[in-house]
Write a protein that binds this ligand. Structure first.
Ligand SMILES: [Zn+2]
Length: 485
């Protein structure tokens, strides 16, 4: 073997390490002549200069009025728009379809290149997520900030890295205790074995000072979950949210629990329709007041529902399939002809419209909503599905500015970190996205990512594209690994 073959990759690695770490630590960065959309609610401010020092925003002001330090790296952003970094508040990046053996190298860069500088992981391998969190925070890996639950608690199923079954109230308490000790940032639930177990879990979370979020168990209404501190409710349909607004809730809820026990989706559908038909405005208003009073958030995850219920829109040659391992991409393509998948999609399609209605109603009433993509279900691609979710929220009645604020300032408020994240303000962490078109005019423009700043590290379009190329290579390699075995 020629020695050059060895030396070249080594040199490249060294170069990469040097350039990456200098990006992460370069202290002064100045972005000039940019339109600032700060997400505080203020109108866009044209021709501004943003000075970044040590990973924080040090100053913002009219370009004519700010003195640019000589040693700073200067980026002329004329014609560009700067917004806070996006937060996708419902992802699965280290569990379910995302296997941590490959997903770190593929999904973290993919998210970052889409302008996503923070994620809330709603069920995955806790040890993997916490180690990635450390790598991202230290600058050792490019990617978004991670807030992680670890495994979600469920009333049945096998114990896996992403799933933690509990059979009763004592086990629910023990799970909270264990996950908190292991470093979970919050507790996620998808179902509970009983009402007792749910209230025990809520009580334990309160005692241990840790938040919980997730699906409403079918035994539990939205208001009572809110009253015991559930921090966010995920999805409408999967949480049977409409039942909480129904005048026939007392009759429908036991029927739904029975349908769940016997996996009777026909009965579930019938109950869902009856719940919609018996919508009670007075009851809905009372539940909404409770959610607002308690500070309970809701994550509609409309894009995921839109994608899953419309397989006819799936493109088997979708270029984004190159970001999932080939074996999984093949499975997704093949599922296109699966009659069971089609039945499920049709079922979802019949239920789905109510989720847009509920999103609109809660938003109008002032219940805070989170932007969550629920990636990585089939064809729900990380990054892309986040931007899709913003468009769906606009379709449900948000203004583009409101959708943008939900994904930035809203996420920061939810996390209790609005003093340092979520808006473009002096003193805040420099997590920023530069767009080449105005997102307030058209929400689809959030996709036009020109550059990303994460904790002060600047990624121009070329740097983001090389992250994407690397991610694709990593995804393609997963097949080779499998074939070798
Ligand atoms: Zn989910």
């Amino acid at each position: 073997m020629k020695p050059g073959k060895l030396i070249l990759p080594l040199l490249l690695t060294l170069l990469l390490v040097v350039s990456f770490s200098s990006a992460a630590t370069s202290s002064k960065l100045v972005i000039t002549h940019v339109t600032v959309i700060d997400a505080t609610g203020r109108l866009p401010l044209p021709d501004q200069t943003v000075l970044i020092d040590g990973g924080r925003i040090a100053a913002i002001g009219a370009s004519a009025s700010i003195t640019v330090p000589k040693e700073a790296r200067t980026i002329d952003a004329s014609g560009k728009f700067i917004v806070p970094g996006f937060w996708d508040m419902h992802v699965h990046i280290a569990g379910l379809n995302a296997d941590p053996s490959w997903s770190k190298q593929v999904l973290l860069p993919l998210l970052l290149a889409n302008g996503i500088t923070g994620v809330r992981d709603m069920g995955g391998d806790l040890d993997a997520l916490l180690s990635w969190q450390r790598d991202v925070e230290s600058g050792a890996a490019p990617g978004p900030h991670i807030v992680a639950a670890g495994p979600f608690l469920a009333s049945s199923g096998k114990r896996t890295p992403e799933q933690y079954p509990v059979a009763n109230a004592d086990e629910a308490r023990a799970a909270v205790d264990e996950l908190k000790k292991r470093g979970a940032n919050f507790i996620k639930i998808i179902s509970m074995p009983s009402r007792d177990a749910f209230f025990a879990l809520a009580d334990e979370c309160k005692k241990q000072n840790i938040r919980f979020a997730g699906h409403l168990p079918f035994e539990i209404g939205a208001a009572e979950a809110s009253d015991v501190g559930m921090h966010s409710i995920e999805h409408f349909l999967y949480s049977a949210f409409a039942l909480s607004f129904s005048g026939k809730e007392a009759e429908l809820r036991p029927r739904l629990m029975q349908a769940e026990k016997s996996s009777d989706t026909t009965a579930w559908e019938q109950i869902a329709h009856e719940a919609d038909a018996t919508y009670n405005a007075e009851k809905a208003a009372a539940v909404i007041q409770t959610l607002k009073k308690n500070g309970t958030w809701v994550t509609p995850t409309l894009a995921s529902l839109d994608i899953t219920s419309h397989p006819e829109n799936w493109k088997t040659d979708d270029p984004l399939l190159s970001f999932v391992p080939p074996a999984m991409a093949k499975e997704w393509r093949d599922s296109f002809d699966d009659p069971q998948m089609k039945r499920h999609a049709a079922w979802l399609g019949r239920q789905a419209s109510n989720d847009w209605k509920l999103t609109a109603e809660l938003h109008r009433a002032g219940v805070p909503l989170l932007v969550g993509s629920d990636s990585l279900d089939p064809f729900v691609f990380p990054g892309d599905s986040f931007h899709h979710e913003l468009s769906e929220l606009v379709r449900a009645g948000f203004t583009p500015m409101e959708a943008l604020q939900s994904a930035t300032r809203g996420a920061a408020q939810f996390l209790g970190r609005e003093k340092e994240l979520g808006t473009v303000e002096t003193g805040h962490v420099a997590d920023l996205v530069l767009l080449s078109a105005n997102p307030v005019e058209n929400i689809a423009n959030t996709r036009k990512v020109w550059a990303v700043v994460r904790k002060g590290a600047f990624y121009d379009r070329a740097a983001l594209d090389s992250l994407l190329e690397q991610a694709k290579k990593e995804a393609a390699n997963v097949r080779e690994e499998k074939e070798k075995q």
